[in-house]
Design a protein around this ligand. Structure first.
Ligand code: ADP
Length: 597
């Protein structure tokens, strides 16, 4: 309670008034007391003036007792003061020769009285003292030596009772105490009222400041005066308005930055100098496969160490110059590119690291594919070109005279050229698929008819290997919407593969049926089959199970890739089931009424 400014104010105010009143009171009492004592002194001096000349005329005081008594009696008659008492004592202090007082003279034997008398007599001059009796009553005494022709003849002892002075002083003291008590009470009351006008606005400001610290900026302080407190209140309100505005701006800015960071296609992680995460956007969490837990303030080094120890804050800050770098990390099936750089505080000191994460899986895969593709194409072209070149050179050198051999050579050159043409044609077709330049001309056509036509086309090559090629169907017709020319290309490719990879005397069946509103074309052979490991990659460009052998058979390794593109263009699917050494089944399934054109 006494720690409040209000109580402090009242206490100080009270103490100040009390001290001032006490000092003034003490001073007044002392002055009055001094005044009265000096009056008493003057009164006694007056008595001496009256008595002393007569007493000094007498030679021997103790022998002129009558005369002394007369002098005293005269004095009593003429100018007797009620408060003054007179004693005439012989020079030896043995005898009181005369006195005005009827009262007690025993105090003359007191040490103070004796000392005064001895001193007055010795120094032959007046001695004065305020003495107190055993009841604490004060009295003023003046002692004069009585002399005659320079000889001490006796002592004049004057005494004035000061009880009336004490009475007055006590009365005044009482009044002053009352005044002090009253003014102290008034001070307390006034102090409370005045301090309230100071402490109330301060309390109000404190209350509003507490609310402000809790984020509530809706409260303002009432300005009730235009003094310093009023100024403080106005300044506080101004501060509240400014803070509110600044916070609104900051929060707007924060929301903007948050929206940008949260919706960035790149991941962002900011780590402080204690390697604690201070920011990690959803994309970064997704790229690092961290799940949805809160990562704020967690130790980044512990999280990243199992993924890549070289990306930890500790490692970068100790090993990497300028803390700037790039790293490619493989996380499960994805390739993530980490770009990192430090961020600095206002003193230009590096205080943390910002990591920017990019999913470069597609770009990297594309790059790898591009590299593979260029290598494959170069390789595919190199073989026929080498062959053509060597045959042409041999012919040009003129070493071969025999026309039959020459014809044989030219046939090889032609077939190699044909192979290259096929390859270039297939590549062009795939490139058109990639750039969506291929248009499907879909019309209602008969799948049974299509299959029959393809079988007929390949009958000769099947016969060459004594392969029986059979068509199995229970339906007369199976009409669906498809691009006749392209689907013919697919079926021919599948059938010719079946014939190509089936040894002599084998068999190839083609089955066309309708199932669940889809046309199913199934080509089955009992040929060499495809090993299990190769089946997944069989639709990849340039993929061949036995490269040397299949190349000799004239394959480019692009047939199935093209078939897949065409089937997908019909919203269908193509699958291969095979058992190595036993045979292969290719199943094409296409909706009867495809929607896309
Ligand atoms: P290619 O022009 O070399 O035949 P494809 O893309 O048509 O290219 O076929 C890719 C590879 O798949 C072939 O090289 C071959 O190894 C394998 N393959 C395709 N069909 C069959 C099949 N019916 N039997 C065995 N292997 C096959």
């Amino acid at each position: 309670m006494f720690r409040s400014i209000r109580w402090k104010f009242v206490t100080i105010y009270f103490i100040l008034v009390l001290i001032a009143m006490l000092v003034a009171g003490i001073f007044i009492i002392k002055e009055i007391d001094d005044l009265h004592i000096s009056e008493a002194s003057q009164e006694l001096e007056g008595v001496r003036h009256v008595l002393m000349p007569d007493l000094q005329d007498l030679m021997e005081l103790s022998q002129n007792k009558e005369l002394v008594l007369n002098i005293i009696e005269d004095y009593k008659r003429v100018s007797f003061g009620i408060n003054e008492e007179v004693w005439v004592i012989d020079d030896n202090r043995n005898d009181v020769i005369a006195t005005t007082g009827a009262g007690d003279s025993s105090f003359l034997k007191d040490e103070d009285s004796i000392n005064l008398m001895v001193k007055a007599r010795q120094e032959q001059k007046k001695q004065e003292l305020v003495i107190k009796d055993i009841n604490d009553n004060r009295a003023m005494v003046q002692v004069y030596p009585i002399t005659n022709l320079g000889e001490n003849t006796g002592i004049l002892f004057l005494r004035r009772d000061l009880s009336s002075v004490d009475l007055t002083v006590n009365k005044i003291r009482e009044i002053i105490i009352r005044v002090i008590v009253a003014s102290s009470l008034a001070t307390i009351v006034l102090g409370f009222i005045i301090s309230k006008s100071i402490s109330d606005p301060i309390k109000d400001i404190t209350r509003k400041a507490v609310l402000m610290s809790k984020g509530n900026f809706e409260h303002y302080v009432q300005v009730k005066s235009n003094d310093e407190i009023g100024e403080l209140s106005e300044t506080f309100n101004f501060l509240t308005r400014r803070l509110k505005k600044s916070l609104r701006e900051i929060s707007l800015e924060k929301t903007k930055v948050e929206a940008i960071v949260n919706h960035m296609t790149d991941g962002v992680i900011a780590v402080d100098n204690h390697h604690h995460i201070i920011l990690m956007n959803p994309k970064a969490i997704e790229l690092l496969n961290f799940g949805t837990e809160g990562y704020f303030e967690t130790d980044f080094d512990k999280l990243i160490e199992p993924i890549s120890p070289t990306l930890t804050y500790n490692q970068i800050t100790t090993e990497v110059e300028d803390w700037v770098g790039t790293q490619l990390i493989t996380i499960e099936d994805s390739i993530v590119k980490f770009n990192y750089a430090p961020y600095v505080n206002d003193q230009d000191e590096k205080t943390g690291i910002v990591y920017v994460l990019q999913d470069v899986t597609d770009a990297e895969k594309l790059d790898a594919m591009r590299r593979d593709f260029v290598a494959n194409v170069s390789h595919e072209l190199k073989t026929p070109l080498t062959s053509i070149k060597s045959y042409t050179e041999t012919l040009m050198d003129g070493y071969v005279d025999d026309p039959e051999t020459q014809k044989q050579f030219l046939k090889v050159i032609d077939s190699e050229a044909e192979r290259m043409t096929r390859l270039v044609r297939d590549l062009l077709q795939l490139s058109n698929f990639d750039s969506h330049k291929i248009t499907f001309y879909k019309e209602y056509n008969d799948y049974i008819d299509l299959a029959r036509k393809c079988v007929n086309q390949l009958m000769m090559s099947a016969k060459k290997k004594n392969i029986t090629i059979k068509m199995i169907t229970t339906q007369e017709q199976l009409v669906g919407l498809f691009d006749l020319h392209r689907m013919e290309q697919v079926v021919i490719n599948i059938l010719s593969n079946a014939i190509k990879y089936t040894p002599e005397n084998g068999s190839v069946d083609i089955q066309v049926i309708e199932r669940d509103d889809r046309a199913i074309v199934r080509v089955k052979d009992n040929g060499i089959g495809i090993p299990n490991d190769d089946i997944l990659s069989i639709f990849d460009r340039f993929y061949r199970v036995d490269k040397a052998r299949t190349r000799n058979m004239g394959g480019t390794g692009l047939g199935l890739s093209i078939a897949k593109e065409i089937v997908h263009g019909h919203e269908g699917s193509i699958e291969i089931e095979s058992e190595f050494g036993k045979g292969t089944v290719v199943i094409i399934s296409i909706p009867m009424d495809v929607t896309g054109f």
